[in-house]
Design a protein around this ligand. Structure first.
Ligand SMILES: Nc1ncnc2c1ncn2[C@@H]1O[C@H](COP(=O)(O)OP(=O)(O)OP(=O)(O)O)[C@@H](O)[C@H]1O
Ligand SMILES: [Mg+2]
Length: 239
């Protein structure tokens, strides 16, 4: 899969996410343990077994979670004090689309975040129109969101995040509910998206074009390298 190079995109030189000495617990259980990570690449995947801490780790990236110890900085801003600005910068596509669909109708849900940006009605309408057609949702524009199929909800959740044009997009298992055609569409989205994408996935096939793959196990990053090294390491761990 061909990925855009930095020169072709909106990638901002010096864009960076930094995690330093991260520890996180739920109750007595240590979920993330001594995680140090600097992300400057455009396509980064996080793989690992169920419960290894992937979703917890990515929730730290836009301040949805604040670590018990350590710091997370996005372009120099700390998630501990600047969560609102960071949420504008880091879009998050949830594993469960119901967690992020907020409005009764499809077009309203896509427009929801844009309404906080002081855009004119025309600009909002243009942006909504654009994502509806980009992600094949035009025919669902006036449908009630709760009546969408699971895969349609996943595409709507994706559209509502991308319409905001964040600098970074985190995807937590974006393919689980999609049929083959929409999986291909999502692969194309990941290949062409101008932003930095950080993708948690169990779909190892989609990672060949990625710059970097992190393998998690029991709350730690146990392997960090290109797909050709990291994926066999993970497969070996699982066998
Ligand atoms: N809010 C919470 N309260 C208690 N435990 C939690 C909470 N959130 C996550 N955990 C636990 O933390 C561990 C890591 O969860 P996480 O969701 O990060 O795993 P994951 O690597 O994303 O797994 P999967 O591949 O199944 O999505 C799991 O054992 C989970 O039960
Ligand atoms: Mg998860």
């Amino acid at each position: 899969m061909a990925f855009p190079t930095r020169g072709q995109t909106r990638y901002v030189a010096g864009a960076m996410i930094e995690l330093r000495d991260i520890h996180h617990r739920f109750g007595d259980r240590i979920i993330l343990d001594s995680v140090d990570l600097t992300i400057v690449e455009r396509r980064v995947a996080i793989i690992g077994s169920n419960g290894s801490g992937k979703s917890t780790l990515v929730r730290l990236l836009n301040g949805l979670l604040v670590p018990h110890r350590g710091t997370v900085r996005v372009d120099g801003m700390d998630t501990r004090g600047e969560a609102k600005a960071i949420r504008r910068k880091v879009g998050f596509v949830f594993q469960d689309p119901d967690a992020q669909i907020v409005m009764p109708l499809v077009d309203e849900d896509i427009a929801f975040g844009l309404k906080n940006l002081k855009l004119s009605k025309d600009e909002i309408a243009r942006k909504v129109e654009d994502v509806l057609s980009r992600y094949g949702l035009e025919h669902l524009r006036y449908q009630a969101t709760h009546t969408l199929s699971a895969g349609e909800k996943q595409l709507l959740a994706l559209s509502s995040v991308l319409v905001m044009e964040p600098d970074y997009v985190v995807f937590d298992e974006p393919m689980t509910l999609l049929d083959l055609r929409n999986k291909k569409m999502m692969a194309t989205v990941l290949a062409t998206l101008p932003q930095v994408a950080i993708v948690v996935t169990h779909d190892l096939d989609m990672l060949s074009g990625f710059d970097r793959v992190l393998v998690m196990d029991s709350g730690r990053i146990v392997m960090d390298g290109p797909p050709a090294t990291a994926i066999p390491h993970y497969v070996g761990m699982m066998s």
